[in-house]
Design a binder for this molecule. Sequence first.
Ligand code: NCD
Length: 307
Amino acid sequence: MSYTYPHQHLLGIEDLSKDDINNILSKCEEYVELNRQKDKKRPILKGRTLINLFFEDSTRTRTSFELAGKRLGADVINMNVKSMAISKGETLIDTASTINAMHPDFISVRHSESGAAMLLAEKVKCKVINAGDGWHEHPTQALLDALTIKRRCEKDFKDMTVAICGDVMHSRVARSNILLLKKMGAKVRLIAPPTLMPIAIESYGVETYTSLEEGIKDVDVIMMLRIQQERMSGNFFPSEREYFYLYGLTYEKLELAKENVFVMHPGPINRGLEISSDLADDINKSVILDQVEMGVAVRQAILDLMA
Ligand code: NCD
């Protein structure tokens, strides 16, 4: 493969071309294979340092960056800033200058403010990977979702329809996925209650639905989103019971979709709110754990290509 990653950072899907996405996804395949072997090390980042700078909680994303860095031989430091500097009043810029002085080679950053990754990238000398900034973008999630879809669905992206359902408004996962899927030529439908549908989202070239039953008809993939309570001020739906009744995915509603449709969720799942527990755990229908597996390979591929 004679592809060179042409960017200094990975801040969003917005900056990637279709060619970048295709090349990253092919690179991932090598790591999916490697991660299934007994010896998972390929020490191409020996001597380099990766700092995982997380200002928000995370299980999957942080762990997979850590595993990816370690399997590539880097020294990996996890900084959970919520419990450290920020509680002492240190700003993002101060934290950035402090970390920069330690000469890391990569920083993966998660922050509650949109634009935080870009701000950090301006202040440090190393390469920055956005691990989720506010409502804005979560590029490695969209890449791992694309890898999961590509490996599971026989169709090309351009012949596919993907439904993204739930709290679209507060979701960086939705935004990055919309950008990626549109770049790859897929059709995208958004399904949400009117209160959780972003204004003027149709300008992204998506179709919008307020009915889950209608929205999932004839789609190839259903991507459920978490209700992001921590980003909500006030009530966006009357009750959890009503939300599940209207927008929770169950076997009964899935009957209305195509037979070979499959279900995704970035996690963490609120069982019985976005999706019924039995469906979430059904490995014939749900690829939630495949997404977790692909997450490690994607972060290895990104670190590899950026190095
Ligand atoms: C997502 C996130 O944090 O943006 N989770 C993840 O990275 N696996 C989605 C979410 O929290 O709902």
